[in-house]
Design a protein around this ligand. Structure first.
Ligand code: NCD
Length: 321
């Protein structure tokens, strides 16, 4: 019987498995047609209880590009959650209809709860202010594409580090590689949670905290901007006060390294001014594209689809069999 695997946080995959995914991404990007039938007959259940553009569309297009199909919903109000159904029951249903689940939910640990009752793989597509491991996959693929390595890099996370789940996940994954260091740039109200910092301390990973982007920027290989997460604030005035705390513009970019890259999980609000988009160091749109390929590779892995078959078919085709 096939082993049931979930992807709830970055550490659910070993470094070797990330390497395999990166290699698969390279192959898919080089020859997308070779993989266009590999998931034929398989169904992705996209259970999105919270708004999303990139993550949902990227999961959907990833599955369609592999030849599979997609079912699901894009807001809780159009599912039975609106009638009071539990996460567990919705998951049981999705396990009957689908082959793999991608779940986004406003509450932390919901995909984890789902995984306890699911008979098919569950992917966390973002749970509250907690984790977002497939965004991390996109981030790692992008960083690797630029630097050809995932070690010996200095990454600055800037913005809402308290509620921004993407930075929690990326810090966890990035600290698995040697000699990386972190600069956490945020107002004091939006600092990186203690549990993330404690994990870094346990691994002897150096980090510093500051509220000053201008001072920190010159040293960074990766400038990772984040949106202030309006939907997680209890106090609307506090959001208004903090929302434009950092705006990365051309002037600040003039202090950054020539070889750095700017990442952002998107959507952006004001935190990167549009003038930066034409800077060759702005990699955030490429990052979204890599995310789709990363999700294709992840679906292939978790569904344990037969990649050798792709090669066999290609061989037969070449041989005219
Ligand atoms: C992020 C998310 O949903 O956490 N977006 C994404 O998935 N690309 C970041 C955000 O919403 O700010």
């Amino acid at each position: 019987m096939k082993e049931l695997r979930h992807f709830l946080e970055p550490r659910d995959l070993k470094l070797q498995e990330y390497e395999e995914l990166f290699e698969l991404v390279d192959k898919i990007m080089a020859n997308p047609k070779d993989y266009s039938e590999i998931a034929r007959g398989k169904i992705l259940a996209a259970l999105f209880f919270e708004p999303s553009t990139r993550t949902r569309l990227s999961f959907e297009s990833a599955m369609l590009k592999l030849g599979g199909s997609v079912i699901g919903f894009s807001e809780a109000s159009s599912s039975s959650t609106a009638k009071g159904e539990s996460i567990e029951d919705t998951t049981r249903m999705a396990s009957i209809y689908g082959d793999i689940i991608a779940m986004r939910h406003p509450e932390a640990y919901s995909p984890c709860k789902a995984s306890k009752v699911s008979t098919i793989p569950v992917i966390n597509a973002g749970d509250g202010g907690h984790q977002h491991p497939t965004q991390t996959l996109a981030d790692l693929i992008t960083i690797r594409a630029k630097f050809n390595r995932l070690n010996n890099l200095k990454i600055g996370f800037c913005g809402d580090l308290k509620f921004g789940r993407t930075v929690h996940s990326l810090a966890q994954a990035f600290s698995e590689y040697e000699n990386n260091s972190f600069v956490f740039i945020s107002p004091k109200e939006l600092k990186m949670p203690d549990y993330v910092k404690q994990e870094l301390e346990q691994k002897d990973m150096p980090y510093i905290e500051t509220d000053n982007l201008e001072d920190a920027i010159a040293d960074l290989d990766i400038i990772y901007m984040t949106r202030v997460q309006k939907e997680r604030f209890e106090d609307a005035d506090e959001y208004e006060r903090l929302k434009d705390f950092y705006i990365l513009d051309g002037e600040k970019m003039s202090k950054a390294k020539d070889e750095c890259i700017v990442l952002h999980p998107l959507p952006r609000v004001n935190e990167i001014s549009c003038e930066v988009d034409s800077d060759p160091r702005a990699w955030y749109f490429k990052q979204a594209e890599y995310g789709m390929y990363g999700r294709m590779a992840l679906i292939i892995k978790l569904l344990q689809l037969d990649c050798d078959k792709v090669l066999r078919l290609k061989y037969y085709e070449l041989e005219g069999v």
